[in-house]
Design a protein around this ligand. Sequence first.
Ligand SMILES: Cc1cc2nc3c(=O)[nH]c(=O)nc-3n(C[C@H](O)[C@H](O)[C@H](O)COP(=O)(O)OP(=O)(O)OC[C@H]3O[C@@H](n4cnc5c(N)ncnc54)[C@H](O)[C@@H]3O)c2cc1C
Ligand code: SF4
Ligand code: SF4
Length: 495
Amino acid sequence: MKPQFKPLALKPSYNIKAQRTFTVIRKYAFFFTLLVALGGLYEPKLGLLVIPVMIGLVLASFFKGRFWCGNICAHGSLFDSLLLPVSRNVRIPGFFKWKIFSLAFFTLFTYKLVSRFIMIAGLYGSSSFWDKIGLVFVSSYLMVTVSGGLLGLIVSPRTWCNFCPMGFMQKASYSVGRKLKVTESTDEKITVSDQNQCHKCGKCARVCPMQLSPYDHFSDKNQFDSVDCLKCSTCVSHCPAGILNLANQSTASFMAKHINKRAGENRRRFDTVLAASRLLADDVREFTFQLKDNDISFTPGQFILVRIQNEPEMFRAFSVSRFNSEARQISVTVKKAPRGFGTDILFNQFEDGMDVVLEGPVGDELILDEDSRKAVFVGGGIGITPFLPLVQDAVEDGAIDEVKLIYGVNKENEILYREEFEALEKKHDKFEFIKVVAFDDKWKGEKGFVTDVMERLDLDDRVIYMCGPKPMINASLNKLEQLGVAEEAIRYESA
Ligand SMILES: Cc1cc2nc3c(=O)[nH]c(=O)nc-3n(C[C@H](O)[C@H](O)[C@H](O)COP(=O)(O)OP(=O)(O)OC[C@H]3O[C@@H](n4cnc5c(N)ncnc54)[C@H](O)[C@@H]3O)c2cc1C
Ligand code: SF4
Ligand code: SF4
């Protein structure tokens, strides 16, 4: 038996340049930096504006940790808005994160600042006093803009924030707030609603401006307890499982008690061997895993997590495309993502015979609703994969009277599992397979998008299950709303 693959060094594609500026302040606060750092060279009193900023950030951090850094800081806005698109965005060297490094930098920075104030103190009462004080702030703002900006370009946009003296002050103020237990109700931390639904995909770590790793460090209270977290919500908005929130401690425990746990209730870890992998198209491969010991409790429509890397441990979620309980085999079908970190490993390092760890199954969005006798499945591109076991299950199950599958692709040669679906259609009257192709002149069948097909179907009293890329899901949700389909009748899953 081949050994499990070795841990990989993190590749450049690890850190994702994800959207981070969700509010007007976060997007445009950098104008304040330019105003003080550049405008202050002509009008030094502009530097005095930094004083209320410093008071504001120390006060805010007493209650909310580094919330200011992630949501209000003008330099942070500059790094996220202007530098991210052009930054190399590579791993931040470890020494920038050392406590001793930020303490030493803070001491040096404060010493310089205080000694300049002492020199200026003698001028108190003169006309130039406030100009000189302002200039001290202007020059430090300019220094941060230049040094932070260069580090942001060469390394990663928020490199500076790891040892920023203002960040250091905030952490000190935060620790006082924590000691006094003031933060218990005011401090909103990254909170996971259900750890069993976490894909362990590492996306929260890959998009994090501070390169933190929430998914590895959730506490038993389901919270990510890091003084360096900027509460910027970037991980929240990019988590594919939609299980992250910013919440205080009592909201976190409320969520833990009231979350629907069905989606991850049967999740377990399985040792498997990669029994076979076969190419279905140039960029699509089906991987079949042989379970070693345990049986798996799988319901069609669920997905499974495939471990792609040991250190840091990371998985990728894939819908189960085939399941053979007798042979104890489970398959997933994977489309190679352009510049994809995980699919690159799957396509280039996974070999038949190697040991692979799976976790799952997870997910309840696409599990057949037992109360409905009619189902419409809508798959787009690689989103067809969960529908193979779903259609098989539905057509063989006496509880379902009618099954329609709408399958949208760009070109005819992208249609996956065509033979399987056509064979099922021939065999079962209650199943209709509708293929719709968007951009292929040679295609003789129905042209357009899945939404065009929806328009002509009777969708009353049916449950609609959708899986595909986000644009397809969003367009379909709009169309279904226009067609008057009730929200309760729509289930969907998207990466
Ligand atoms: C519930 C669920 C079920 C799924 N089922 C399937 C399935 O059956 N089959 C399947 O193929 N997939 C499925 N997926 C998607 C799958 O989990 C992976 O997300 C997908 O394979 C891509 O992974 P990756 O690591 O290769 O890509 P990632 O590295 O995560 O990249 C994804 C995309 O992000 C962009 N990107 C990457 N790096 C950068 C960067 N540095 N800057 C800017 N953009 C960047 C690229 O466009 C890339 O294509 C499913 C996802 C979910 C949540
Ligand atoms: S699902 Fe992925 S992004 Fe969301 S918390 Fe888990 S590891 Fe992070
Ligand atoms: S962990 Fe999330 S909220 Fe905290 S800094 Fe990283 S991306 Fe922002």
